[in-house]
Each structure stands twice: as structure tokens, then as C-alpha cells.
Design a protein around this ligand. Structure first.
Ligand code: SF4
Length: 417
């Protein structure tokens, strides 16, 4: 099984060696599935490099683009120009937010909040069920209880929450408990230690805000339509994802490596060990065309002075336009941005889209409101607002969402104007 130190070693290889290794992974995947493969193409710079690496070996492999309607118009145009086949989601972004919640902070944290809030609303009345089962929802004791179970019951410890089948937690409620523990700050595996999945910082966001938060958006807007396409055509996809982008991706790599032949979802991520700088250098050195929204690739020095990159010289590269081109309204990672943020840039470059994103919003009855649920469950405050904030026809209402976040975490937590 791959290990973290192997990943670190791969990440430190020179670019040429990485390209050779990636093409080896691409060949393995292609041979394993007898050429029944496709490229999941986002129109971004990573998947542009991926398409180049794959087409260098197998020029006929199709590109598939999930057109969520949330991409920059320039990205859609570029995907069309590259000859990608377009697939579309069944729900709009606004419907996804109203039904599941806003994608903010990060996928991992949004997922934890989503499930931690749902305990009370579990099928059959979560709170009552907990009491009947003798389960204790008190965040002060949940962690200890699990630790004792692990010692006595022989269940596997040190198992991240993304791998439900191998842990002793069998039921949905067990997994919702896990989320609540990590939000409550007691999700450590050993007494006196803090789990890397500790999400205590997000407790106020989980309990005090009146809008839904969830990780479901990507699955519905992108992965779902892709899966339908892949099943229909019996194709196994290459993805241009990098492990440096998230812990979740790093964990997935440690479990399956680049080619997840044994994964529940069978995907190849042959560039997993690349870094963003490798991607930029590869584009520059190979002279690849990228979507116009990125602008040009330049070198920057310590004082942020930009100049043309020198061939072979390891300097810090960046794009003169957008640094990232995911969905324009996505809130994931928005609190981590330095300098001009994606929303500040959007206001200048695409003012109509910006207005739609920040404007609008409305209060509606919370369909999950439970009039008999107690306010507290042990020391845990149930999330049970009567009204919730959702998008309206006029816009997504993200200004209010960001303002509420900024009220909790400081006025510059998410900068958008
Ligand atoms: S990148 Fe963000 S907005 Fe786009 S589909 Fe994924 S979660 Fe939704």
C-alpha cells in the first residue's frame, strides 16, 4: 500500500520524471480496461495537462466536460474548442443549495457539519433513538466512549471518517455521531491527543447559523452526470486531481495510489503527485494553450514583480489572470485566499455573475424543523431553526452567508467586496 513518505518522495521528483511516471500510470489504466477510458475534463489547467499527457499516447480518448453552468464562460468555450462532450446535472446550483446547503469552508468540514446537524433529524427521530439505544450524545463523553469501545471491542482505530466500511461504526447514526464528535472537538483516537479530523473551530458555524451547509454539490453537479455518462458508455475515467489540494485526496491516494483499480469508484489520477508549480511549468515549457481566463504564465520574485519565465530555471510561476477556475460561485476555500480573492476578482471581471452570486436570497420555512425536538441534547445544541436562508430567483444570497461567517470569524474571514 502507498504511504505518505512515498508520496512526498514522488512530489520532490523533477518534472520530467513526473511526466514519465504519469504516462506509465496512464498506460496501466488504459491496458487494464482495454482502452475503455475517458478523460474527465474540467477545462482547467490541471486537466489540460492531463489531456495532453493522455493524448500524447492515445489521441482518440474522449474528453467529457460536466457543464454545471457555474464555470466561467471562457472555460466552457475552451472545453468546446477542445472537442469535449458536454454532460449536464439534473439540478441547478440554486436547487442544490436549497435542498442540501451552501458549499463553504471545505468539503471535509461541510460534510462534518451536514451530518453533525442531522442527528436530531435522523429517520424516526434521531434524538429519541439515541436515548432508546442508550447512546450518549454528550460531546464531553462521546470521544472517551469510543476510545473504550476501541480498546475493548477490537475495532480499528486511526481509521479516517472517509472509510466507513473498515471501522467498527456500522450504522448511519454511528457515523453521524462521529461527525458530531469531530465538531465538538473530542474526535481524538488516543486520550490527550487531538485528531487531524478535529473540526472544533467550526462548532459556532454549525450551531449558530441559519443556512444549510453541505458537501453534496460536487456529487450532484459534477460526479453524478459523469457517472451516468461513464456507465452508459462503459468508460473508466482519468482525473487531473492533485493530492496537494486536499487531505481527502491525500488519504485516497494512500489507500489506492494513482490508479484505484480496487476502489469503490474506479478512477485513475495519474498526476496525483504533481504540484501546482509543475502544472504551470509543464504548460509553459510545452507551450500548451489554456483557457483565456487564466491570462499568461509569468515568473514572480519575492516582491511580486512579474517577468517572463526562463527555461529550465526553477522560479515561482503564476497566472496573470485567475489562479483557479473551478465553479465561479463555489465557496469552498474562499476563506483561505490571500491577496485579491475569487469574489473580488469576479466583481471586476464578471459583474453580472457577481451580482447574482451575492444578491438575492430569502427566508423560508425549514422543511426539517422538528417542533418537539429539545434545544439541547446533553451538552450539544441541536440545529433546528424554524426558518432558513436559501437562494431566491434574484440570486444565491451568498452575501448574507459570508457576512454571517465574518461575524463569527472576523470581518476579513471571507473577503468579497
Ligand atoms: S466546485 Fe464547488 S460549486 Fe462547483 S460543483 Fe463542486 S462544490 Fe459545487
Amino acid at each position: 500500500m502507498p504511504e505518505k513518505w512515498i508520496l512526498l518522495q514522488y512530489q520532490s521528483l523533477p518534472l520530467q520524471a513526473k511526466a514519465v511516471m504519469s504516462q506509465n500510470r496512464i498506460r496501466e489504466w488504459y491496458d487494464h480496461w482495454h482502452g475503455d477510458v475517458c478523460i474527465s475534463f474540467s477545462g482547467g489547467k490541471d486537466s489540460t495537462v492531463l489531456a495532453h499527457l493522455v493524448h500524447d499516447l492515445y489521441p482518440h480518448v474522449p474528453l467529457v466536460f460536466a457543464n454545471t453552468g457555474l464555470e466561467y464562460p471562457e472555460i466552457q468555450e475552451f472545453a468546446r474548442k477542445m472537442g469535449a462532450e458536454f454532460v449536464r446535472p439534473k439540478m441547478s446550483f440554486s436547487q442544490v443549495i436549497s435542498t442540501y446547503g451552501y458549499p463553504i469552508i471545505s468539503k471535509e468540514n461541510a460534510e462534518a457539519i451536514y451530518y453533525a446537524r442531522r442527528i436530531r433529524n435522523s429517520v424516526g427521530g434521531g434524538t429519541r433513538k439515541h436515548a432508546e439505544n442508550g447512546s450518549n450524545c454528550n460531546p464531553q463523553t462521546l470521544g472517551n466512549q469510543r476510545f473504550q469501545n476501541n480498546r475493548g471491542g477490537g475495532t480499528t482505530s486511526n481509521v479516517p471518517p472517509e472509510t466507513p466500511r473498515v471501522d467498527g461504526r456500522k450504522t448511519r447514526k454511528d457515523w453521524h455521531d462521529w461527525r458530531r464528535e469531530s465538531i465538538a472537538g473530542v474526535g481524538a483516537f488516543q486520550p490527550g491527543t487531538t485528531s487531524i479530523f478535529n473540526k472544533h473551530k467550526w462548532l459556532p458555524l454549525c450551531q449558530e447559523t441559519q443556512f444549510k451547509i453541505s458537501h453534496m454539490c460536487c456529487s450532484i453537479m459534477k460526479k453524478g452526470p459523469m457517472k451516468i455518462y461513464q456507465r452508459k458508455h462503459h468508460l473508466y475515467p482519468y482525473l487531473g486531481t492533485l493530492t496537494e489540494e486536499s487531505k481527502l485526496r491525500e488519504q485516497a491516494w494512500i489507500r489506492h495510489g494513482c490508479n484505484a483499480f480496487d476502489g469503490t469508484v474506479k478512477t485513475s489520477q495519474p498526476m496525483s503527485f504533481w504540484k501546482e508549480q509543475d502544472v504551470l511549468r509543464y504548460i509553459y515549457e510545452e507551450g500548451l494553450e489554456i483557457a483565456s481566463v487564466y491570462g499568461d504564465i509569468v515568473s514572480v520574485d519575492d516582491e511580486n514583480f512579474a517577468y517572463s519565465p526562463l527555461p529550465g530555471l526553477a522560479t515561482n510561476l503564476k497566472c496573470t489572470g485567475c489562479q483557479r477556475t473551478g465553479c465561479v460561485f463555489c465557496g469552498f476555500g474562499a476563506h483561505l485566499e490571500k491577496g485579491e480573492t475569487r469574489f473580488q476578482r469576479l466583481a471586476k471581471t464578471h459583474p453580472k455573475q457577481y451580482e447574482y452570486c451575492m444578491g438575492g436570497g430569502q427566508w423560508v420555512d425549514n422543511p426539517d424543523y422538528d417542533p418537539v425536538a429539545p434545544k439541547m441534547d446533553g451538552e450539544w445544541q441541536n440545529w433546528n431553526p424554524k426558518k432558513i436562508w436559501v437562494p431566491s430567483k434574484e440570486g444565491l444570497g451568498m452575501k448574507k452567508v459570508f457576512d454571517d461567517c465574518n461575524e463569527i470569524y472576523g470581518k476579513d474571514f471571507i473577503r468579497y467586496d
